[in-house]
Design a protein around this ligand. Structure first.
Ligand code: SF4
Ligand code: ZN
Length: 241
């Protein structure tokens, strides 16, 4: 997990940044600290979509990141915080109720004789829509395939929990503008990448279990090359391969 940042040649834990109010006020660092240091399951949808090696580094190692490398992640987290605050207590225009953001869901996936608990916390779920937002440098023309997979996982989780939604909405916030992609549930299921997602997820669960039980470091196997460019464990990865 990421436990602090370094800038101007010095290292600071999130705890210290919180106390010293460097760059941002305490409440921001306190949220950032909770976000990055909370214990995460190896079997959440987002973790299962990650390189196995990265997920296990994330569980077992504590690292500091250079502020310039950390900044894109920080921006995403701060944006989520702002959206969370906006959504808290807001009355839904569709049904007049309040839908709390970031509700967690889980379901037990059968794995051989055993079960693993798959869990995840979608950004927002209303009576009608599943909403996921992403911060990006540049507005994409098409949704990114790894985001579609993530959403396919969320849909599966909601289905297993008996939650019915009409639409799936993916919002990309770039620096000056944004773009929304909206699908009905039927349209979303017809996207080729999403059709066999449950099978893909089960395959990932089996691999993850095997690596976890072997207590060996998994091979470097990122699905996309860019994953390594953004990985906070890249220096550990190079040292141990
Ligand atoms: S650097 Fe690449 S291969 Fe190594 S853990 Fe990170 S994502 Fe995986
Ligand atoms: Zn509603």
């Amino acid at each position: 997990m990421i436990t602090g940042i370094s800038f101007a040649g010095e290292e600071f834990t999130f705890e210290e940044l919180c106390q010293e109010e460097k760059l941002y006020p305490s409440f921001i660092w306190s949220y950032v600290k909770d976000y990055f240091t909370k214990k995460r399951s190896l079997y959440s949808i987002t973790s299962l979509l990650m390189c196995h090696r990265k997920a296990l580094f994330d569980k077992d190692y504590e690292v500091f990141m250079e502020f310039k490398d950390f900044y894109p992640m920080l921006r995403g987290v701060l944006f989520h915080y702002a959206c969370l605050k906006q959504a808290e207590g807001a009355v839904c225009k569709e049904c007049g109720n309040i839908h709390e953001p970031e509700r967690s869901f889980e379901y037990p996936m059968q794995y051989g004789e055993e079960k693993v608990i798959i869990e995840e916390t979608p950004d927002m779920l209303t009576c009608k829509e599943l909403i996921e937002y992403k911060t990006v440098n540049k507005k994409p023309i098409e949704p990114h395939s790894h985001h579609l997979k993530q959403l396919a996982g969320y849909c599966l989780l909601l289905e297993k929990n008996g939650v019915n939604i009409a639409n799936i909405r993916l919002i990309y916030f770039a620096q000056y503008d944004s773009v929304n992609f909206v699908w009905s549930k039927k349209q979303f299921k017809e996207i080729p990448d999403n059709q066999y997602f449950e099978t893909e997820l089960l395959f990932k669960v089996k691999e993850r279990k095997a690596w976890e039980e072997q207590k060996r470091l998994p091979f470097p196997q990122p699905e996309y090359e860019w994953e390594c460019d953004y990985c906070p464990y890249v220096f550990l990865c190079k040292d141990t391969s």
